[in-house]
Design a protein around this ligand. Structure first.
Ligand code: ADP
Ligand code: MG
Length: 598
């Protein structure tokens, strides 16, 4: 039997596309305030937006009829005809946001126009107006969204930790605040002021939002053509970080994600950046709305350009030009454009080629071909005693050579390192190849697990305190990570908002890389498969272990190999990394014999 869904259910379903988390409401409400012509916009959130997201503006307000109507689906004052879509200058136009919010939360709207004596207060629940009365207020609008997903518990449960949701909120806030530096923005979270952004230039706004590290480190970008213009700033190469997140593209003042245009910027920077570093950029591309289709994505973060290639070339040229003008890059580089490009395209594949060569080598092939060599059995079959028996053997080398422990050394005193990656360990039944990086991931991981608040990993004081400045979004993450970082040897003190001092690092930590290490940790942690609902501790330990492990391709001396092998076999589970990859593979005599057809 076919049924037409009741409105409130249809709205709830449609809302799923627009309002996924508190930050989605933040975006929509801030955009509405901007569209209403506000010059001062306040954002208030409680409980990372889960209990309250409120936006108060001093914009043009609504009359009673509009106040009643604005929560209906497809209620918009911004377009009348389909042709209008091609001239959009406002942030919103689909007329879905307020309807969606009203479908999944309780809403209180207060609004007043300049020409009206009093304002109107409306309360909406389950998409229905439940209260309506006049209210004394200043001109403008306040929309409060309370108890998001109170009527959709399944979606409420999907929300992440407060720190994670707050990070999304700050991110949305940052995007809009960057796009409108002439508007005053404030952000309060749980009654604390996080931001008060005065109206000013774009440069001032960037520094207020992304940190004072960028004072005098921004290069202006400005190019105009009949077809499009680009303006904004890029960070000088020395400010590039290993973390992403300070790359902003706006098209007609709307934040967009575009890996294509990101590539254009990276290309313009290429020779100037260390590997895996990302420069800050805040770039505004303006063009005739007819040249793009903003309607392709419901949350409007992806757009299509009529001619992508032109935009790419334009962005790349504009950044090159800016960098050259500010003599960040020697003019020569700028002119020798093509040859630089060739240079780096040679550099990239070289590493791949080296890797491919390793992969293709007869030795490697032999050991990895299926059915030709033996992969080690699951851990359960090997008791801890067996592994532990290994440790003493190592220390008194030849004495135990006859003993048939699992891995007795066949009379050899030294380990052999192959390809600067594998350590050959003779075993009673043949030999094993230990992957040095995988092995160290396991060793470090178990060390971290054994550490605790009272028993932290040994720390060494940094000689000079090292300052670490991060974006507001990363600061939230870092605050969340701080306690556990301390447990594993990183002493991080908050100096002021978004600025930390690194007082100590784990003993033995290579100096000079502290900041980029923490940045890359942040980055990995952000990209960590968020579907895995692992506790923060566990995630961090794994990430840290992976980051700190000695890398494949590093030559180890005899002592280091010995240490690594004995540490590995002292582990609770020496056979796999915390990510489940093998740390060692054993090749048994029977299988070797078979290979030689004996
Ligand atoms: P859209 O922004 O796509 O038009 P919304 O659901 O976000 O759709 O808003 C519906 C309508 O409500 C807007 O078109 C506008 O007329 C009105 N409106 C929403 N927020 C405000 C506000 N802060 N001030 C004035 N009018 C608003
Ligand atoms: Mg809107």
């Amino acid at each position: 039997m076919i049924q037409i869904l009741p409105d409130h259910i249809a709205n709830q379903i449609a809302a799923g596309e627009v309002i996924q988390r508190p930050a989605s409401a933040v975006k929509e409400l801030l955009e509405n305030a901007v569209d209403a012509g506000a010059t001062v916009i306040e954002l208030i959130v409680n409980d990372a937006g889960k209990s309250l997201v409120q936006v108060i503006d001093n914009g043009k307000g609504m009359d009673l009829a509009d106040a009643r109507l604005c929560f209906a689906r497809h209620a918009t004052s911004k377009i009348n005809a389909i042709e209008d879509l091609f001239h959009i200058r406002t942030m919103g136009f689909r007329g879905e946001a307020l309807a969606s919010i009203a479908a999944v939360a309780q809403v209180e709207l207060k609004t007043k126009r300049a020409e009206d004596q009093a304002g109107h207060l409306l309360e909406i629940e389950h998409s229905v107006i439940t209260r309506e009365e006049p209210v004394a207020m200043k001109t403008g609008t306040s929309v409060a969204m309370k108890n998001l997903f109170f009527n959709v518990p399944a979606r409420r449960n999907f929300l992440k930790s407060n720190a994670a949701e707050m990070r999304h909120i700050v991110e949305e806030f940052t995007r809009i605040a960057l796009a409108f530096p002439e508007i005053v923005f404030t952000l309060h979270a749980n009654n604390q002021q996080l931001y008060h952004l005065e109206a000013g230039s774009l440069k001032q706004r960037i520094i207020q939002l992304l940190g004072s590290t960028y004072t005098s480190k921004l290069v202006a970008v400005q190019e105009d053509t009949d077809y499009l213009t680009i303006r904004g700033f890029v960070g000088k190469p020395e400010t590039a970080r290993k973390t992403r997140g300070e790359q902003y593209f706006f098209v007609n003042n709307r934040f967009i994600k575009s890996s294509y245009l990101h590539h254009a910027v990276m290309n313009a920077f290429q020779a100037l950046l260390p590997a895996e570093h990302f420069p800050l950029y805040v770039l505004f591309i303006d063009l005739d709305p007819q040249q793009l289709d903003i309607n392709v994505h419901p949350t409007k973060q992806e757009i299509k350009f009529e001619d992508e290639k032109i935009v790419y070339a334009f962005v790349q040229a504009a950044i090159r030009h800016a960098l050259a003008q500010f003599s960040v890059t020697p003019t020569l580089d700028f002119e020798l454009d093509a040859s630089i490009q060739r240079l780096s395209s040679i550099q990239q594949p070289t590493t791949d080629a080296t890797r491919a060569a390793t992969r293709d080598s007869a030795l490697f092939q032999h050991f990895t071909q299926k059915n030709k060599a033996h992969t080690i059995e699951p851990t359960t079959k090997r008791s801890a005693e067996n592994w532990q028996a290994y440790t003493p053997i190592q220390n008194e080398l030849p004495a135990v050579k006859e003993e048939s422990t699992l891995f007795s050394l066949a009379g050899e005193r030294s380990f052999v390192q192959l390809l600067n990656t594998y350590i050959v360990v003779p075993s009673a039944k043949g030999f094993a190849l230990i992957h040095q990086q995988a092995a160290q991931e396991r060793i470090l991981y178990e060390q971290y697990q054994q550490s605790s608040h009272d028993k932290p990993v040994a720390t060494q004081r940094t000689l000079f305190p090292i300052t670490l400045q991060v974006s507001a979004a990363d600061a939230i993450l870092l605050d969340e990570m701080k306690g556990i970082l301390q447990q594993v040897g990183f002493l991080l003190e908050e100096e002021k908002k978004q600025s930390y001092i690194l007082q100590g690092v784990p003993a033995g930590f290579e100096s000079g890389n502290e900041v980029s290490f923490i940045e890359s940790l942040l980055e990995e942690y952000k990209n960590y498969n968020s579907d895995l609902q692992l506790p923060l501790r566990e995630k961090l330990f794994r990430t840290l272990a992976k980051k700190r492990a000695v890398k494949a391709g590093v030559a180890l001396n005899e002592k280091e190999m010995q240490q690594l092998v004995s540490d590995l076999f002292a582990c609770g589970d020496p056979t796999t990394t915390p990510f489940g990859q093998p740390t060692l593979i054993e090749f048994k005599k029977e299988e070797l014999d078979k290979l030689y057809q004996r």
